[in-house]
Design a protein around this ligand. Sequence first.
Ligand SMILES: *Cc1c(COP(=O)(O)O)cnc(C)c1O
Length: 359
Amino acid sequence: MSYPVITIDKAKIEHNSRTLSKLLKQQGMRLVGVAKGVCAHPAVVEAMVSGGASAIGDSRIDNLRRIREQGYQGETILLRAPGPSQCDEAVLYADTSLNSEITTVKLLGEAASKAGKMHKVILMVDLGDLREGVMPEQAADVALEFERISGIRLVGIGTNMACYGGVIPTAEKMRLLLQVKTEVEQCIGRPLERISGGTSANIKLVLSGQMPQGITELRIGEGILLGTEAVERKPIPGCFRDAFLIKAEVIEVKTKPSKPIGEIGQDAFGNVPVFEDRGHRRRAIVSLGQQDIDPSALFPCGKGIEILGASSDHLICDVEEAGCPVNVGDILEFGLTYGTLLKAFTSPFVAKEVLKGAG
Ligand SMILES: *Cc1c(COP(=O)(O)O)cnc(C)c1O
């Protein structure tokens, strides 16, 4: 095996996908599996689909193209609105996209007509998180504009929260989305088939049984991949949180002072570090860095091992109180949260390994 490596347990991902798709189904919603956290890795996408995800979403067209090329036949959803320059590609690889700009949707319509396709559009409504979407009071007018564009079909409205502003998707916010739906339907004179209520940040609402009737789908990445909801990062009952693990090699072990010696200036990333003097401590350097992981989203599996920090290519761990002695050449294992998942799958230096016998 080459290191560093991120291991993928397909059976656990499939299990999480099944658990969440059942949970959503009980409340009248379908599960859209979101693959961007793993750069749409084919094994992960496969596990999401076999667990019950009825469509695959990603924010990058490149990822959707790869999913298609690997033979996925189901619906693909582009989660980040395409730029005007990307509309030809967008209609080739995405069946549906989330949009908020009339200019772009007109270009999508032209591209789809040219390609002999009908591209589905979900109009995004901003319920206060202040990332993408039209303000609620403008939704009906914009929807009417979309309705007049040929080559596209407005299939519904959606929202995204807890991403930029950290605004929590409450039952009240969901009711507001349903109110916007009614206004849009009255304005365009026909019902909308899809109401896309949000992300892993909505799972808490679903678990508490307070999701209002009428939301038809959620777009879930983190919940399936890491088994956590995204408001308080609490575990989802019945889901695995360790479908992914990082393994990396120890390249130096030495006892050193815990406080650097000399005048302290900026570190590799422009921050001025502060150190507590804990005397001499045994430390291990692991060949992983900020290019591969986010040290604040990485958790040693070994007892008594503590992450001190990371530069671009060196992860420094305190192993003074490690349960087992740590030596050069040892392989250390780490659990992870979203920041590291994203970086590890994006880094060409981290090998990706699908576990054998795990589905
Ligand atoms: C990333 C993203 C999601 C999935 O978010 P998770 O928190 O991983 O579930 C859903 N919708 C949009 C628009 C996104 O950008």
